[in-house]
Structures are given as C-alpha cells and as structure tokens.
Ligand binder design. Structure first.
Ligand code: AMP
Length: 583
C-alpha cells in the first residue's frame, strides 16, 4: 500500500519554489499587476506582456518557442523574432480592415503560424478564438457562426477538409488566410496566402491601447443543453496567467517548458502560449500527435525542466510499459503537473517511479481562465487530490438552496459544489450573447463551477464529479446536445441520448443511444453508417465511439431525455429517483 501523502524535503526541490507560506501571506493581485509592464495610459495587452516586454529587454535573443515538426525538424524563434513576426501579422490584419473587438478564429495544427497569428491578433485588439483541429465541419460552423468570425487562419489541408464544405454558410467570414502545407500544395481559390500577407507586413507595429476589461479571447465550451457557450476573457487575465505560471507551474528563468495541450482548448492557450512567454522561458511545441516513444525522447533530448500534461496522456504512457520509459532518462526534469480530468493516485506514483518526480494535479476550467487549485512544488502531495487554492483564489464547497442562494458547507470531507469567489483577473466576463446563462453561474459573489468536490481537514480539494451531463473524453469537454443534434440529422434517427461511458485510458468515451424512425431496421450496417455520419460531421474528437439501438429512450414527463438513467442502466448502477420518468 502506497503512502497517502508525498512529503517533500529540501533535497527534492532542485530550485527554491516560488510558493511558500510567506508568498501566500503577502500575495495581492495588485502586486502581481505591478510586476507587468502595462500600456501607456494604463491599459494592458496580453501579447505585449508575453512578447514585447522580453523582446525589448535582456531576454530578446532567448529562444521563446522551439517548434518540432512531425518529422522531428526543429525551428527556433527568439523573443525578438516572434515579436517581429507578430507585428507583421498585426499589420496584415489592420490592412485587411480588422478592428478592435472583431473576431479572428484560428484552426491550425500546432504550427508556428498559429502562435504568430494569436499574438499578432491580440496586439491589434482583435479577439482570438482558437478552434480544435480535430473538430469536424459542424462544430466549426457552430462556433464561427456564434462567434461572428471575420477572419480565419487555417492550413490548406484543414481548409479543404473542413472549411470548404461549410464556407457558403459563413456569410460574415471576410478573410481566410491559409498557411500552405506540403500535403495540399497550393493555396485554395478565394483564400489568401498567409505567408504572403506576413511577408508584406512591417515589423513595426503600434499596439492598440487595450484595457484590462477589453475582450481578448473567446473560448467555446459546452453545457448539458443548447449551443456551445463562448466564454469571454479579457486582456486583464494576463495577471492570472503570470501569477499561476509562477505559483502553480513554478516557472523560473532558464526553464525549458513543455505544455502538451493543443491551443484549440483553453489549456493550450493560457499555458501553451501565454504563461510560458510571460516568464521568458523556452516553450517546446510539438506538432505531432501523441506517441509514447516520441514523448519520452522530447523530454530527454530537449532537456525539458517543467512539463504540463494531462491524465489521458499519462495513462497512455503507463500503458506503453516501463521498458520503453527505462530507455530514457530525465535528469533536467524538475516539475510535472497535470490538468483536465481526475488524476488517479497510481498516475502520481507512476511519475515518481518512472520520471523520478510525482505528478502535481491541478484544477481549473475554461471559465476560470487560469489554474485555481493546485498541488504546488513546496507542499506535500496528496495523491488523488487536486491540491489547495492558489493565492488570490477563494474557494468553497457549497450547496445550492431554493431561490438562487447558496449555503456554505464547512464540515470537512462533505460533498458539495465547488464555488469560487468572483474577483480573480482571468474570470470569464460573460458567455457571448447569452447573458442569462452567465447570470445563472453566480450566486451573489460566488461563481458556481458545476463540479462536485470535497475539502479535507487540511484544506485540500478532492474532485467528485460533474453536476451536469457534459462528457470529458481524453481531457476534451463534449456537450451531449451537440452530438445528439448531429445524430438526429440522420434520416433513420428518431431520438438520441448521449452519455460518457467510463474508459480506463480516456476517462470517458462518448456513447450514443438511438431509437429509429418507422421503416428503419436496427442492424450492424446502420450502426456503422451512423458512426460514420457522426464522425464526418463532428470530427474524431467529438463523435461517439459506440452507438446502441433502443426501442425508445427514457424521458421525463416534460420530454427531456434522461441521460442519467441511460448511464445508470449502461453501468448497471441503481436507477435513483425515477418519479419524473414518463409512463
Ligand atoms: P474545460 O473547461 O474544458 O477546461 O474543462 C473543465 C472541467 O474539467 C472541470 O470543470 C472539471 O470537470 C474537469 N477538470 C479539470 N481539471 C480537473 C482535475 N484536476 N481533476 C478533475 N477534473 C478536472
């Protein structure tokens, strides 16, 4: 039996960690803000803090970004070079007539152009909305339509496969800037060559005077019902990115840092683009998909010192076996953190055995914009716990009462909803055009996260589950409604209900239950057809992996599909309260 706590001695900590109790005591958000540069006139701009602050200082020639392509070739960008390239892109956007607040969507693999475009757009005051490249045409169309996309930056291959089929329906999309790629050859008709506009732009750029409260990023996330929600984040969020890069990820000057998350999701933006640059470290960007041997090789050959990854990836490394891991060594690795899904205690111990370091779980979500709860370097780890609230973060376990109020649960180890007191700088400021949905997330000062958790007597938080029906598969949040809607578009489907089915590697996989319209027969060929239909529309990241036929789906008297019941039946669990079930 492994110990339930991993204490750390001074010898375990190779550098002095940023966060100790004295740092907690003296922390203020205003103090962190004062360490950043800001803009003349009192505003702030994420890209200026991330890039120009270093490009105009002693770190100008330090490598900001090391890109490793699918074949293993490296391309380095210094802070100065990345700042110049982003200026070129910012000028290109201005010459296209893009104004402050207008939306620039990014749909790319992890290629340097994605980083240049994101940072350049932020300098213009345009709003950046990253899209996941494994989405199919339907989720892309929904998000670009809701977000009112004016510009899209993509690659030739992604354009041909995913955008060309929906382009006609994106009436507000004025400019498509396409990065040429080897697979697709030339630039498609009626699009603009990204490299040409970049080359034409000047390297000098007058940054838009953005304010802390100006919208900077639009990250789409999903709920149980309805369309995806565009979480609005502001330039002032950079204060949280800076503080958490220091206190949760322990970034120090000279670190080589690798965040494995894709910038199509919030982690890949907050901690794959912004936070590492804020700290002047060298960030590794690997274009390729997961491959156990490649990942160990990158950790070893790039001398990665701080690594931020996710439970599914860790479980895939565990699955690849210890022999493979033993062929590599990681003497430079100093700190490993994980986010996105529950991190099983075995994974924490696996880190200690294989990497020589335990894995530090931390918790946050799209709406919080940055890490809120974390196992930090200086504190003992409790394997299975998400850690303690970071400085400046006020967390609580609450119960929703009648009339929209909440009751705080003070007793240790008692389950309730995780809530955060509003006021940290990266808190989302709205769901785009959905004020009512935003308001419902708050009870007075408290933001209700939708996660169920417990707090123990030492102040550590333990994840229990979601209070809604959203699915977390391989760390990606999937709204069941989006999947059900795509299935319902097929002529054979009368109704569809979608659940997350527990999976030892991905956490959950998407499973759909469908009932058929009269005249259709439930058989293997229709099942395969439906799987193919969903995959084509939704993309591999969102489509169901399993589909089962049922004669009818359980519904409440008011007509809502009871996903909870579908899940209980699938897992052989008690059905709970079924009094709402329709006869
Ligand atoms: P997203 O908004 O896509 O980043 O997903 C956020 C959700 O992922 C949270 O609300 C949690 O349900 C889950 N999550 C994130 N981090 C953790 C963690 N460390 N442990 C358990 N669940 C997590």
């Amino acid at each position: 039996m492994r110990a339930s706590i991993i204490p750390k001695s001074a010898a375990d900590l190779r550098v002095r960690p940023h966060l100790d109790e004295s740092a907690r005591q003296s922390f203020t958000w205003a103090g962190v803000r004062a360490e950043l540069r800001g803009l003349p006139g009192g505003g702030i701009n994420i890209a200026v803090e991330a890039l120009d602050r270093h490009a105009e200082g002693p770190h100008a020639e330090r490598i900001a970004l090391r890109h490793i392509d699918r074949h293993g070739a490296r391309r380095d960008f210094t802070y100065a070079a990345l700042s110049r390239a982003s200026n070129r892109f910012a000028n290109a956007l201005r010459s296209l007539g893009v104004r402050k607040g207008e939306r620039v969507f990014l749909l790319c693999a992890r290629i340097p152009e994605l980083y240049i475009a994101a940072l350049g757009a932020l300098k213009t005051g345009a709003v950046v909305s990253p899209l996941f490249s494994a989405f199919g045409p339907e989720p892309l169309r929904t998000r670009m339509t809701l977000g009112n996309a004016k510009v899209l930056v993509t690659t030739a291959t992604l354009y041909q496969r995913k955008i060309a089929p929906i382009r006609a329906s994106l009436s507000g999309l004025e400019h498509i800037l396409v990065v040429p790629d080897a697979a697709s050859g030339s630039i498609p008709a009626a699009t603009t060559d990204f490299s040409r506009v970049l080359a034409a732009g000047s390297e000098q750029f007058q940054v838009e005077p953005t304010l802390e409260s100006d919208m900077a990023l639009l990250h789409f996330t999903s709920g149980t019902t309805g369309t995806p929600k565009g979480a609005i984040h502001v330039h002032g969020a950079v204060v949280t990115h800076f503080a958490t890069g220091r206190y949760a990820l322990d970034l120090h000057a000279g670190d080589i840092y690798w965040c494995t998350a894709d910038p199509g999701w919030v982690t890949g933006t907050s901690y794959g683009i912004i936070a590492p640059l804020l700290h002047g470290v060298t960030s590794i960007v690997d274009e390729a998909d997961f491959d156990a041997e490649r990942w160990y090789r990158i950790l070893q050959e790039e001398d990665v010192s701080v690594w931020y990854t996710a439970p599914t990836a860790i479980r895939m490394l565990m699955k690849a076996g210890p022999e493979l891991a033993r062929r590599f060594s990681f003497p430079q690795l100093r700190f490993v953190a994980s986010v996105g899904e529950p991190l099983n205690p075995e994974a924490v111990w696996w880190g200690k055995d294989v990497l020589g370091l335990p894995i530090h779980d931390n918790w946050w979500q799209t709406e919080t914009g940055g890490i809120m709860i974390a196992n930090t370097p200086a504190m003992a780890i409790k394997p299975g716990s998400m850690g303690r609230p970071l400085p400046g973060v006020d967390a609580a376990i609450v119960r929703r009462g009648a009339g929209g109020g909440i009751e705080h649960i003070e007793t240790a180890d008692t389950e309730g909803e995780l809530a955060l007191r509003a006021g940290w700088p990266s808190m989302f400021r709205g769901y785009l055009d959905q004020d009512e949905r935003y308001r419902k997330c708050f009870a007075g000062d408290w933001y209700l996260t939708g996660d169920l958790a417990k707090r123990d007597a030492d102040g550590y938080y333990w994840f229990v589950g979601r209070s809604d029906d959203v699915i977390k598969s391989a760390g990606h949040l999937i709204g069941p409604f989006e999947v059900e809607s795509a299935l319902m578009e097929h002529a054979a489907v009368a109704e569809a209900g979608v659940i997350g089915k527990p999976d030892p590697v991905s956490g959950e996989v998407v499973k759909a239950f469908v009932s058929l319209r009269a005249g259709f027969e439930a058989n293997e060929s229709l099942r395969l057809e439906l799987l193919g239909h969903a995959r084509k529309r939704l993309g591999a990241a969102v489509a169901p992996k399993e589909i089962a036929f049922l004669p009818g789906l359980p519904r409440t008297r008011s007509g809502k599909i009871m996903r909870r019941l579908l899940k209980a039946r699938e897992l052989g669990l008690p059905e709970g309260d079924t009094s709402m079930l329709e006869d």
